[in-house]
Design a protein around this ligand. Structure first.
Ligand code: HEC
Length: 124
């Protein structure tokens, strides 16, 4: 029993820095200048649920999943979800509410940035 606790504690020590390292690696992707505005708008409007690098959080799914490649969720689905919200159907996070303060103009910048991040992860 005691042993199991040591193993668990050891595991969490091992996995914590790994997750942080992965996050650091993802966020240190060199973002081309043309996506700079999209990145900051993404971080402002989407990252709280979809993660700083689109890797997901406990409030929303990762975009680095083949589910969200452009042939499966085209750009129209991104505009629609951000402007109108999305009903939970793929995951167990609950509904996505319409995003406060979002506009088509901002999405014109955000979506190409998401597509670029997906491409960096081999998701097209
Ligand atoms: C308050 C949390 C939250 C914020 C902020 C948020 N989302 Fe979501 N989003 C979710 C959740 C939860 C889902 C999963 C719904 C499901 O189960 O399919 C989701 C799903 C989506 C989907 C998939 C919709 C579909 O048709 O399946 C897209 C696209 C999306 N989000 C785009 C965005 C974009 C772009 C932004 C920023 C402008 C954003 N989201 C901000 C929570 C959020």
């Amino acid at each position: 029993m005691k042993y199991a606790i040591y193993v668990l504690a050891g595991l969490s020590l091992l996995t914590m820095p790994l997750a942080e390292a992965q996050q650091a690696a993802a966020s240190s992707l060199k973002v081309p200048f043309k996506y700079a505005l999209g990145k900051s708008l993404f971080e402002q409007h989407c990252a709280s649920c979809h993660g700083q690098s689109g890797q997901g959080t406990d409030k929303g799914p990762t975009f680095m999943s083949p589910v969200y490649k452009s042939s499966h969720h085209g750009d129209a689905a991104f505009y629609h979800a951000a402007l109108n919200g999305a009903r939970a159907h793929h995951w167990k996070f609950g509904d996505m509410p319409p995003v406060d303060g979002i506009s088509r103009r901002k999405l014109d910048k955000i979506i190409p940035y998401i597509r670029w991040m997906q491409q960096q992860h081999g998701i097209h």
